[in-house]
Design a binder for this molecule. Sequence first.
Ligand code: PGA
Length: 250
Amino acid sequence: MPERTPYIAANWKMHKTVAEAASFVDALLPRIAATQHDVVICAPFTALTAVVERRYGTAIKVAAQNMHEEGSGAYTGEVSAQMLVELDVEAVVLGHSERRQYFNETDEALAAKVPAALAAGLEPILCVGESEEARDADQTEAVLERQLQTDLAAVESSALAEIVIAYEPIWAIGTGRTATPEQAQEACAFIRDVLRERGAAADSVRILYGGSVKPANAAELLSQPDIDGALVGGASLDPDEFAQIVEAAG
Ligand code: PGA
């Protein structure tokens, strides 16, 4: 089985001004100087350049939290993949449940966004995950399968290994209620099986868990065989807590 480099991503959401982003990176860098992991900062658009400027020659990769699928056009308030690439941004979060829930992000839009990101040279971090109702109704696998099949429909099998998938059960995001390591492992293994059926080199794909990851629970989650990293919200806002999660990945 190929070695999968651990991938630890900070999803800042709508937090951090330029000044706050800069001081976070300055505090984080000495803490992660020796890491071999991919350390990814998903910053608001306005703070991307501040993070990019500090990350050259370090383990940090910079990601945006959304993009539009078209290259340009009359889409007031939107940002294209090309605009992100021009800033030296390397990745983009797509389909976060907050965007699905509050901003009407649909699987159909994601089916266009994922290939558009790949075509521009951005690494998509595609988020999938079930609601509490779906889990209670035993629909977790059906939801994950539907999201993956729709969002990845236009991606060639050979390109699937370039995508990072984040499994984020909605009931665990920002709630303090983490999926158990067994629940998270089971869902991530299922996601890998779906990718394998799509013809992907599924053993090369990084699959992350997200949802109330903290220094106290990170090591156990990250030791699961199919969990290759974490997408961290609340605990990523503090450089010390986030550095501890990077260290917990081994
Ligand atoms: P949380 O957020 O760690 O605050 O639960 C995770 C996410 O939404 O990516």
